[in-house]
Every structure is written in structure tokens, then in C-alpha cells.
Design a protein around this ligand. Structure first.
Ligand code: HEM
Length: 399
């Protein structure tokens, strides 16, 4: 089989190359991907090997950064992000951030979240169609992060615009525009910190500013960078779970009907949609020392790609891996990472958002349908995040 360029966003323009993944899992589970501008990385395609790499942080490092290299960003300038750090700094940073990310803080968002979802749907009440991405799915995650962090309503449009520019995967946005938006986001976070320095509020920004671990606090720059990571990690991912997940349900009407008839199945359905859709497709690690993965020797310094979107369809772990079973149990998917110290910090928040959103969609819309052939809908241009740029839907009635 021809080799596919797994580093190239164009490879994912019509969704994941599942046939190619299958061939890799069966015939060459750990294999080299040569880069046209020089160098290579290892591609790890099987569930068990992805778990091994993810959980062995002593051997596989997140520094210098865990993103797939592209020609113009081999040093992505992302080394300050939490996700690009290793122990002991990562452990300390994560402990500090966890001070503001407690299950209680997430649970306290529920009422606001429910109200927000219904307000978004109410705004569509006099229509019979919309773009699922831009009119429905995009708003909830953006507002939830803004609520959590403490961004006032009046500033949200601006912060959302910067979020789209910095990580929005729009190929027409230049590197310069991204850098400018990031600088403006940092300056904005600085102003938020200044306002909370002497007058803490009940928001994540205030907690981050005053949290201490071993007598140390986050620096203003660390808070700025985390602010940006949170906006990005929390918005695009959850949006795509909602859009790709809803599409998957619409394409599997038996599962959709079953779920509609018994909403208590929602938690396990969401896990299955996470597995099936895999909104974050892959992350990279770097070997700190010589090792091996499934018998393949890996040298110190080699880059290793964990392909979550392949691991989540591994037929040796998931029966009927390419189908949907909303009651699948166990469901050991790797959509939030395959275990280890960087496991998604926002997993419980993402699950809550998805539950509230799907519940509202399934109970309020009737006659929901996709408007067109999903194979022709544009997807986001990315080698990290999968999802649709636009997804037209129609309905008969909103209750
Ligand atoms: C469906 C939605 C989401 C998916 C699929 C997702 C997926 C992931 C994945 C795969 C990782 C890397 C895990 C690893 O390397 O082991 C990650 C890390 C992370 N996620 Fe999420 N995520 C989602 C939603 C969120 C939300 C809502 C937030 C914030 C509120 C968030 C914040 C983060 C952060 C901060 C990290 C870095 C953690 C660290 O490096 O220690 N994510 N996520």
C-alpha cells in the first residue's frame, strides 16, 4: 500500500484513512514515516502500543512539543504549554492548575451550561435549518470556558475571535496573524490577572493567580499561556465531538432511536461517540533513551506518533470497531489520551457539555436530518483535530 503522509492536514480532508490504519495495525504496527523536508517519525497504530507509549512518561517525553511537525513549524514555539512539559515541572504546573479545576467547580457550571444550551436552541426556534458547527456546536464550549475562566460577556466576541485565529485551523490565516492574536490574548490575560490581583473573584483566573504548590505560584506568563491553551483545548475539541457525534447518530438511526427512547444511555453513548469520532487524532512523544515498541528498536531522540484515531478502531480491542454500539462496555477508548500524566484535564467538563447538548438536541428537535452528502462537507484543515468546518442540518420542528 502507498504510504500516506500522516503529517499532512490534506490527508484528513475527507476524514480518517481507516483502511490505511487497518493495514498498518495488521502489517507494520510500528513503522517509519519519512518527512519530505528531512527526518522521520515512528507511527504507532495499535491500541496496546499507544497505551504503552502514553503511560511510559519516563521513556517518552512531551518536550520539546507533542505536535506533529510540519515543514513550517518544526519548532512550534509551543514549549511553554502545559502539554509540552515533562516532570517535575509538569507535575507542579498540573497540581497548581488542578486547584482551580476541581470536580466541584465543573459541577457548579451545570446550571449555567443547561441555560446556555437552551438559549442557543431557542435562538434557532423560527428556523428549519442551520450550520450545526457555527450556529449550534461552537457556542457552548466557547462560553463554558469563558464562564469558567471569568471572561465578561462584553469581551467574549473578541476572545472567541482570537481563539479562532490562534488555533482555528483555517489555512488562510497567516503565521503573523496567529502570532498577533496570541500576543493580544496574552495581554488580555495580563489585564484579567491585574484586576484580580488584589480583588480575587470566584473564577479560575483568580484561583490560578493565588494557588500555591510548595510555596510557588504560577508566573504571569504561565497563566497567559494556560489561558490560551484552555481556550483552544476546550473549544475546538468539544465542538467536534458534538458535530461529528451527532452526524454519527444520524447515520446510525437504530442507535439514535434507541438513545432517544432511553436517555439514561447517554453517558455510555458519549463514550462510544468519543471512540468513534476521536476529535483529537494524534499526539507525538520523543524518546529520551533507546528503547523498543512491540519489538521495533527506537533510538534516543526519535519522535513517536500515537495515532488515537487508529487505536480507537483496533479490532483486537473493540468488537465491530467500525460500527457504533451506544451500550459498549467496557469501552477503553483513547480519545482523551491513553493514560499517563497528560490525560485530558478537561475530560469531565467535555463529558458534561456533551451530555447537556445531546440531551437538549435529542429532546427538542424533531425530524433532524443532514442536509447533503457528508462526504462533501469541508473539514477543518489540521493534523491534530478532526471535525467539520461546516455541517448543514435541517429539522421539522423545535419544541
Ligand atoms: C471532546 C473533547 C476533548 C477531547 C477529545 C480532548 C482530548 C485531549 C487529549 C487527547 C489530550 C492529550 C492527552 C495525553 O497526552 O495523554 C488532552 C489534553 C488536555 N486537554 Fe483535552 N480534550 C477535550 C476537551 C477538553 C476541555 C473541555 C478542556 C478544558 C476545559 C481540555 C483541556 C486539556 C488540557 C489542559 C490538556 C493538557 C493536559 C496536560 O498536558 O497535562 N480538553 N485533551
Amino acid at each position: 500500500m502507498d504510504d500516506l503522509a500522516l503529517y499532512d492536514p490534506a490527508t484528513y480532508a475527507h476524514g480518517f484513512p481507516y483502511e490505511h490504519y487497518r493495514e498498518r495495525r495488521a502489517a507494520r504496527p510500528v513503522s517509519r514515516q519519512e518527512l519530505p523536508w528531512g527526518g522521520f517519525f515512528w507511527v504507532v497504530a495499535r491500541h496496546r502500543d499507544v497505551q504503552r507509549v502514553s503511560r511510559d512518561a519516563e521513556t517518552f517525553s512531551n518536550a520539546p512539543h507533542p505536535f506533529v511537525d510540519t515543514e513550517e513549524m518544526s519548532d512550534a514555539g509551543t514549549s511553554e504549554l502545559l502539554i509540552a512539559k515533562d516532570a517535575p515541572e509538569h507535575i507542579k504546573l498540573r497540581k497548581l492548575i488542578n486547584r482551580g479545576f476541581t470536580p466541584k467547580r465543573v459541577a457548579d457550571l451545570t446550571d449555567r451550561l443547561v441555560a446556555r444550551v437552551h438559549a442557543i436552541i431557542d435562538g434557532l426556534a423560527d428556523r428549519t435549518g442551520c450550520d450545526l458547527v457555527h450556529d449550534l456546536a461552537l457556542w457552548l464550549p466557547l462560553h463554558v470556558i469563558a464562564d469558567l475562566v471569568g471572561v465578561p460577556e462584553a469581551d467574549r466576541r473578541q476572545v472567541f475571535d482570537w481563539t479562532e485565529l490562534t488555533f482555528g485551523f483555517d489555512p488562510s490565516v497567516t503565521a503573523q496573524q496567529r502570532a498577533e492574536a496570541a500576543a493580544q490574548m496574552y495581554a488580555y490575560a495580563d489585564r484579567m490577572c491585574a484586576e484580580r490581583q488584589d480583588n480575587p473573584r470566584d473564577d479560575l483566573m483568580s484561583v490560578l493567580l493565588h494557588a500555591e504548590v510548595d510555596g510557588e505560584r504560577l508566573s504571569p506568563f504561565q497563566i497567559d499561556v494556560f489561558f490560551m491553551l484552555l481556550q483552544n483545548a476546550g473549544s475546538e475539541t468539544t465542538r467536534n465531538l458534538i458535530t461529528t457525534g451527532l452526524l454519527a447518530l444520524l447515520q446510525h438511526p437504530d442507535q439514535m432511536a434507541r438513545l432517544q427512547a432511553d436517555l439514561s444511555l447517554l453517558p455510555s453513548a458519549i463514550e462510544e461517540l468519543l471512540r468513534y469520532a476521536t476529535p483529537v487524532m494524534q499526539f507525538m512523544r520523543t524518546a529520551r533513551r533507546a528503547t523498543e515498541i512491540a519489538g521495533t528498536p527506537i533510538a534516543a531522540g526519535d519522535r513517536v506518533l500515537m495515532v488515537y484515531s487508529s487505536a480507537n478502531r483496533d479490532e483486537t480491542v473493540f468488537a465491530n470497531a467500525d460500527g457504533i454500539d451506544i451500550t459498549r462496555s467496557p469501552n477503553d477508548h483513547v480519545a482523551f489520551g491513553a493514560g499517563g500524566p497528560h490525560f485530558c484535564l478537561g475530560a469531565s467538563l467535555a463529558r458534561l457539555e456533551a451530555k447537556v447538548m445531546f440531551e437538549a438536541i435529542l429532546t427538542r428537535f424533531s425530524g433532524l436530518a443532514v442536509d447533503g452528502d457528508p462526504a462533501t462537507f469541508p473539514r477543518v484543515h489540521s493534523n491534530l483535530i478532526d471535525g467539520f468546518a461546516h455541517l448543514p442540518i435541517t429539522w421539522e420542528r423545535i419544541r
